[in-house]
Ligand binder design. Structure first.
Ligand code: IPM
Ligand code: MG
Length: 369
């Protein structure tokens, strides 16, 4: 089978880390009989500059037809003042919504070589392995009504709507339980059922899915603010953490930083399985943003993007061995002491984006030998 892939490098450091992903794809093609058909298109600020839109219909069509989309990053200060529908981020949000990528998997994994890079004590984070499952197509990100309105007295009013339905909660809960079954068997579900109706519904529906389909697993309900606190107090108590779109946005940034660097972590956004093909639409992206302050300087860490490709092999292309190969190559260059600026430590060897790419390809070569 030839995998149909769409690369959307986007803005800031997106193109630089995507270039390293391309090199790894070429390596896979040469060394693992991995056939792919790679297309590339615009998203975000660069798309706004060239087409007037954060993503075009044509790029959307390609994304819908792809086995997987490999996404870089979007955004930058030059577009901060843009109207809402002309913000680079709208490109990403349209991809999520139109492809119905409701399940966002964000692993927070502490690489042994980086235990000291965390802002928490090493014993709190060594061996840390949390999977955050964030609902991605509902909640306050998309709920209607939304907008800013002018009132009669000249002042203004802004509204966003937090909205969840039974099915939206049940399907994300199932993703979390399915993952937990292959991991430590424990799911924490975070909401604010003490103040929000959506929180009450969330808690009840997750409980229902647990009682009817996953009684063998452990479910722990936790208020989202307490989850934020527990993540820095004792992060290793978590295995799978499932939560809504907004809490997931915040808690996943927090969890990722526990591991030492945002620059290290990949993510997968998955849709429902197609009844006929059994395949899901999918988009893979590093968790880090476009980092405009270091863009174009060959300083960015390409590891999160390369690990996102590993997730793509695992979840979209049914190639667990290929995924492991990439993950092991990353571990080995870290163990050898190579570091980009974001994870630099005393006594280690500083490398550039392309330098890190070179090292990972070399590690792949020696693993293949
Ligand atoms: C993320 C980002 C996005 C979000 C932005 C870029 C729209 O922060 O993927 O976590 O808020 O979902
Ligand atoms: Mg975020």
């Amino acid at each position: 089978m030839t995998a149909k892939l769409l690369l959307l490098p986007g803005d800031g450091i997106g193109p630089e880390v995507s270039a390293q992903v391309r090199r790894v794809l070429d390596w896979l093609a040469k060394n693992r009989n991995f056939a792919f058909d790679l297309d590339e298109d615009l998203v975000g600020g660069i798309s706004l500059e060239k087409t007037g839109l954060p993503i075009t219909d044509k790029a959307m069509e390609k994304a819908m037809a792809a086995d997987a989309v490999l996404f870089g990053a979007v955004g930058g200060p030059q577009w901060d003042k843009n109207a809402f529908d002309k913000k680079p981020e709208r490109g990403l949000l349209r991809l999520r919504k139109d492809m119905e990528l409701f399940a966002n998997l964000r692993p927070a994994l502490c690489f042994p070589a980086l235990t000291d890079a965390s802002s928490l004590k090493p014993e709190l984070v060594s061996g840390l392995d949390i999977m955050i499952v964030r609902e991605l197509t509902g909640g306050v990100y998309f709920g209607e009504p939304r907008g800013i309105e002018k009132l009669a007295d000249g002042s203004r009013k802004a509204v966003d709507t937090q909205l969840y339905t039974t099915e939206e909660v049940r399907r994300i809960a199932r993703v979390a339980f399915d993952l937990a079954r292959k991991r430590g068997g424990v799911v924490h579900s975070a909401e604010k059922s003490n103040v929000m109706h959506t929180g009450v519904l969330w808690r009840e529906e997750v409980t229902h899915v647990h009682e009817t389909e996953y009684e063998d697993l452990k479910l722990i309900h936790i208020l989202a603010d307490n989850a934020a606190m527990q993540l820095v107090r004792n992060p290793k108590q978590f295995d799978v953490l499932v939560t809504d779109n907004l809490f997931g946005d915040i808690l996943s940034d927090e969890a990722s930083m526990l591991t030492g660097s945002l620059g290290m972590l990949p993510s997968a956004s998955l849709g429902a399985k197609d009844a006929k093909t059994g395949k899901s639409k999918a988009l893979y992206e590093p968790i880090h943003g476009s980092a405009p302050d270091i863009a174009g300087q060959n300083k960015a860490n390409p590891i999160a993007a390369i690990l996102s490709l590993a997730m793509c092999l695992r979840y979209s292309l049914d190639d667990e061995a290929g995924a492991k190969l990439l993950e092991d190559a990353v571990s080995s260059v870290l163990n050898a002491g190579l570091r980009t600026g974001d994870i630099m430590q005393a006594g280690k060897t500083a490398v550039s984006t392309t330098g890190m790419g070179d090292a990972i390809l070399k590690a792949l070569d020696s693993a293949a030998r």
